[in-house]
Design a protein around this ligand. Structure first.
Ligand code: PEP
Ligand code: MG
Length: 600
């Protein structure tokens, strides 16, 4: 059994997705779709809750069996005694009382206690001579299975109600789970699943809580209450560390805090290369509340406002008024800098609470982003009205995600123009010259970027999805994360193609995927000619510092050499060497927050 394993000082390497070091107690959460019955110890305070959970599962089981009995067809009615016997099994003290006693005495979870009861019942049945009676054990097992299913299917406690300082340990967390974390209590989280650019990872950065994902089997090793060290810089976790290790990490924590403070002090200096080329550095946000922190970190605008989270966090679809209030606030706070509001990118891994998961076999290739919006024109128009109305209060730009070709772009622009006409008729103010852009994140959009460029004011390259779709690597899947390669020659060539198409048409081009904040990619992107980068606010100070130590001319020369390299590994080696010479502390401090840091 897992709890017997000696786990002292066990180190696991995962994927660092949100910076910081934390030392705290584990809180095991089962949020996986296929519920696994974990065996875990509970503490004294949790006994009552666990007993209640078990009693509720028993009650639900009885209700289900009675319901089944009521629904039996006339033909089947003669067999209803089977279900009567099942009801008796639920009430049998060997099942109910014994399990409750075990939970209380041995302080173990309900599933484990029930399995213990079942073992004892099995032993008793084995001793029965009569074959028919002996076989009734199958009825007991079937009832126990139903109880276990109900235990697993029972609504889990909401993560927003966690009221102890803990580190969440979960098989997986959805972006919606993450967004409701109470960050004054939750110190950080670690998961079996996930990749560097999954939306859950991005949320952790937004919430500024350290997180390591892709640990594969951490939930089978860690027990509730275990002491954990989470190193969100290196992507390493240590289970049940000894005292010396804890002290060493406390010192590391102090060192990092000091270092971050030292670069934060310089964050308001412009990101200007040694040869005088100015790069505009903006922030990606998910909530209005992040705008102030973005400014404090030196952001010169909001390059990507992911608007899904307002929808994910509310029980009802937000009204136009609520959206307008939120967007206009962002526009006012970030002013005189611009904010690029991206229209809804629901679907993929983000679903409305009422929607549940879509049930699509391939949600990343399904009804996501503008495809979803075109199917839900009422919701789409309400958001567009709110964005346009907010444009009267600051420098607002509107951007459409997941555009795959011209027809789709023309369709969404038609709706935008319809909404503009409505506002005009209603004499409602909006910026008539509002800039309209698209995210370039689908490979087909790269190929026709020259065509798209004639219909928009700007491009923003979404490398998180572009890499996923171009290399056929699920951005949230830890098993293939080693192949999620921003340095892949195919990715570099695609970015070059998009930048060229934009420049040929005289439109602006920025990059807002996680690559934008990866110090190892900065020189490469400068060499390609990107003039604007939008990233998680926490990454801005270091990026600005790095840009100030680069020469654009040299970056362009390096690009010629990089283009001669044929594998990601060669490109990565070339880039890492250059970057570490410029800012040695990136290497020394373990700032390996680049996407494929597992193999660097
Ligand atoms: C991207 O795909 O690169 C992007 C910035 O958008 P998101 O991460 O929200 O899909
Ligand atoms: Mg995207």
């Amino acid at each position: 059994m897992t709890y017997l394993k000696n786990i002292k000082n066990t180190r696991l390497q995962g994927i660092a997705v949100s910076q910081g070091i934390i030392i705290g107690r584990a809180r095991l959460i089962d949020r996986s779709k296929q519920k696994i019955v974990y065996q875990y110890l509970i503490n004294g305070k949790e006994i009552n809750r666990e007993v209640e959970r078990f009693k509720e599962a028993l009650k639900l089981t009885k209700e289900q069996i009675i319901d089944l009995k009521n629904k039996m067809s006339d033909k089947m009615k003669e067999h209803s005694f089977i279900l009567d016997s099942h009801l008796m099994i639920v009430d049998d003290s060997m099942v109910s009382d014994t399990t409750i006693k075990t939970i209380m005495e041995e302080k173990i979870n309900a599933e484990w206690a029930l399995k213990r009861s079942l073992q004892k019942i099995r032993q008793l049945f084995e001793e029965i001579d009569h074959e028919y009676l002996r076989d009734r054990i199958h009825d007991v097992e079937s009832v126990a299975e139903r109880i276990l299913r109900n235990l697993a299917g029972k609504e889990q406690e909401s993560l927003s109600t966690i009221n102890e300082r803990v580190i969440i340990v979960a098989h997986d967390l959805s972006p919606a789970d993450t967004s409701e974390l109470n960050t004054s209590m939750v110190m950080g989280f670690i998961t079996d699943m996930g990749g560097k650019t999954s939306h859950t990872a991005i949320m952790a950065q937004a919430l500024k809580i350290p997180a390591v994902v892709g640990l594969e089997s951490v939930t089978s090793l860690v027990q509730d209450g275990n002491l954990l060290i989470v190193d969100g810089y290196k992507g390493e976790i240590i289970i049940d560390p000894d005292e010396d290790t804890v002290i060493a990490y406390q010192e590391k924590q102090i060192y990092y805090d000091k270092y971050i403070l030292s670069i934060l002090r310089l964050s308001h200096l412009p990101a200007e290369t040694l040869d005088g080329h100015k790069i505009s550095i903006e922030a990606n946000i998910e909530f209005l509340e992040e705008v102030a922190a973005a400014k404090d970190h030196g952001a010169e605008g909001i390059g990507l406002y992911r608007t899904e989270y307002l929808y994910l966090l509310s029980k009802e679809i937000p009204t136009e008024e609520e959206l307008f209030e939120d967007y206009s606030q962002v526009a006012k706070i970030i002013s005189p800098y611009p904010v690029t509001i991206r229209t809804l990118d629901l679907g993929g891994d983000k679903f409305l609470p009422a929607q549940g998961s879509s049930g699509e076999i391939n949600p990343a290739l399904g009804l996501r982003a503008v495809r979803f919006c075109l199917k839900e024109p009422k919701m789409f128009k309400s958001q567009l009205r709110a964005i346009l109305r907010a444009s009267a209060y600051g420098r607002v730009q509107v951007m459409f995600p997941m555009i795959s070709g011209l027809q789709e772009l023309l369709d969404v622009k038609d709706i935008l123009h319809e909404v503009m006409n409505d506002l005009e008729k209603e004499h409602i103010k909006y910026d008539h010259n509002i800039k309209v852009g698209v995210m370039i994140e689908v490979p087909s959009a790269v190929t026709v970027a020259d065509i798209l460029a004639k219909h928009v004011d700007f491009f923003s390259i979404g490398t998180n999805d572009l890499i996923q779709y171009a290399l056929a690597i699920d951005r949230g899947n830890e098993h293939v994360s080693y192949m999620y390669e921003p340095y892949h020659p195919a990715v570099i060539r695609m970015i070059i193609q998009v930048v060229k198409a934009a420049k040929d048409s005289g439109i602006e081009v920025s990059l807002c995927g996680e690559m934008a904040g990866d110090p190892f990619c900065t020189a490469l992107l400068l060499g390609i000619g990107i003039d604007e980068l939008s990233m998680n606010a926490g990454g801005i100070p270091l990026l600005k510092k790095l840009i100030r130590s680069l020469s654009r001319e040299e970056a362009m020369k390096d690009l010629n050499d990089i283009l001669k390299l044929t594998t990601s590994k060669e490109v990565k080696k070339f880039i890492a060497k250059k970057t570490e010479t410029l800012i040695p502390e990136i290497q020394k401090n373990g700032f390996y927050l680049n996407m494929s840091q597992k193999n660097i």
